[in-house]
Each structure stands twice: as structure tokens, then as C-alpha cells.
Design a protein around this ligand. Structure first.
Ligand code: 13P
Length: 254
């Protein structure tokens, strides 16, 4: 069975003290309330990664991840953080190509392909984000946009490498807007992405890839989304900033 992953992307929120408080609460609540097998990933800002990773080190259900990394291994790149550094503090995942990175920081597919390579070389798992804007959906170019993001970002990888990748479908129009894609809309795109991977690699491999949905996921809509056959978890923004709402989303994963 495919691995189910619920990840909380804190974006640029929480001081260290607030973040550590949230992780302690999450850890305790999950211990008491969740017996399922989904992996729960905490993705705080870089400066908190070392402390968060240490705090969850003895909880096998929890993992940590970073929100971005450099495409370079090391060197004179002021302000950047390498995948190797992220791995050295105990992280397992790195988000690559979040729409906010694409939109505000000019990250494009060719650059993201290099970042994917950097993450894999460091022995970590990329969470590769893709998703169309409202305009692209309205002019019906979303399938084309997604195919370009997936093929240009990932299809240089070999079979063993692509198996390390988690894909996150995050329609830009659903991020932080309170407007979730309907389960039918999300399922359609997840099946489309799995189909692209099947065509490029093979069906058995495509069936192994975890594809998360992201965009205004809440406890109220999570169970229905998770019941869809190709939705293997969620990448949660706003609702991951509070323990109660995030734990309720995790619990929606049967
Ligand atoms: P929201 O859940 O706040 O819509 O954010 C989704 C997201 O961008 C997660 O990476």
C-alpha cells in the first residue's frame, strides 16, 4: 500500500518558543488520539529545524522537513541553506517548488530540477509541488501546465530516484483562500499526475508514489479528500498552525 503522509507547512510563522510549544502539543495529542499509520511531517522555518527534529527524534510517527533548499552543495551563496545541512540536523523531507517560491522568488522548473537532485544526493525525500493558477484553470490550460511542471521538474530522474519523491498537488487558487478543490477536481488531477508517471516509468512504479493534496485542507474536508483513491495525504498550511486543527486532519486519515 502507498504511504500516507500528512505534512504541516508552517510557512513564515511561529517563533522558536511558539513552534516548540506546538510540536510538544502535537506529539502528545497524536500519542493519545491517533493509532493510524500515516506519517506526520512537521515543516517549520529553517531556524527551528534543529530543535524540532531533536524534540521528535524518539517518535517514529513524526518526521521533519524544510520548506526549501539551495540547488548548490556548498560555497559562496549567502543566505542559502543546502540539502546536506538540512539532513545533518535530522530532517527527512524538503519541499521543492512551492507555488509561493515559484511566484515570489522566480523559481522555475529547470532550477527546481536541480534542487530535486540536491535533495536526493543528500539522501532526503523531496516533496515536489505543482499546481495551476486560477487563470490557467479558467482558460483550461491546467493539464498542460501540470504536465510541464511534472515532466520538467522530475522526469530526468531514474526509477530508483523518482520512488523517493512525494508529489503535492496544490492548486494556487486554493492556497490560503478557504476555497478547496472539490474532491472530484482533486482526484481528477491526482489520477492525471499518476498517469503521467505511469507513462514515463511504469504503472507499478506510479502506484507507489505518494501524491498529497494541498490548498485550504481542514478537518471538515479532509476525510472526504482522503477517501479518494489517488489522494494519499495532505500538505497543510493554515490549519497546521494549531494543534487541534492539525491533529483532526491527521485523524481524518483512516
Ligand atoms: P493552506 O492550507 O493555508 O491553504 O496552504 C496550503 C499550502 O500552501 C501548504 O503548502
Amino acid at each position: 500500500m502507498r504511504k500516507k503522509i500528512i505534512a504541516g507547512n508552517w510557512k513564515m510563522n511561529k517563533t522558536l518558543e511558539e513552534g516548540m510549544g506546538l510540536v510538544s502539543e502535537l506529539s502528545n495529542m497524536l500519542k493519545d488520539e491517533y493509532q493510524g499509520s500515516a506519517e506526520v511531517v512537521i515543516i517549520p522555518p529553517f531556524v527551528h529545524l534543529n530543535a524540532v527534529s531533536k524534540l521528535i527524534a524518539d517518535n517514529p510517527r513524526l518526521a521533519s522537513g524544510a520548506q526549501n533548499c539551495s540547488n548548490h552543495k556548498s560555497g559562496a551563496y549567502t543566505g542559502e541553506v543546502s540539502a546536506g545541512m538540512i539532513g545533518s540536523v535530522g530532517c527527512k523531507y524538503v519541499i521543492i517548488g512551492h507555488s509561493e517560491r515559484r511566484q515570489y522568488f522566480g523559481e522555475h522548473n529547470a532550477w527546481l530540477a536541480q534542487k530535486i537532485d540536491a535533495v536526493l544526493t543528500a539522501g532526503l525525500n523531496p516533496i515536489y509541488c505543482c499546481g495551476e493558477t486560477l487563470e490557467e484553470r479558467e482558460n483550461n490550460s491546467h493539464f498542460e501546465v501540470l504536465e510541464k511542471q511534472i515532466s520538467e521538474g522530475l522526469f530526468h530522474l531514474n526509477d530508483d530516484q523518482i520512488k523517493q519523491v512525494v508529489v503535492a498537488y496544490e492548486p494556487v487558487w486554493a492556497i490560503g483562500t478557504g476555497k478547496t478543490a472539490s474532491t472530484a477536481q482533486a482526484q481528477e488531477i491526482h489520477a492525471f499526475i499518476r498517469g503521467l508517471i505511469s507513462k514515463k516509468y511504469n504503472e507499478a512504479l506510479a502506484q507507489e508514489i505518494t501524491i498529497q493534496y494541498g490548498g485550504s485542507v481542514k478537518a471538515e474536508n479532509a476525510a472526504e479528500l482522503f477517501a479518494a483513491p489517488d489522494i494519499d495525504g495532505a500538505l497543510v498550511g493554515g490549519a497546521a498552525l494549531q494543534s487541534r486543527s492539525f491533529v483532526d486532519i491527521v485523524k481524518a486519515m483512516a
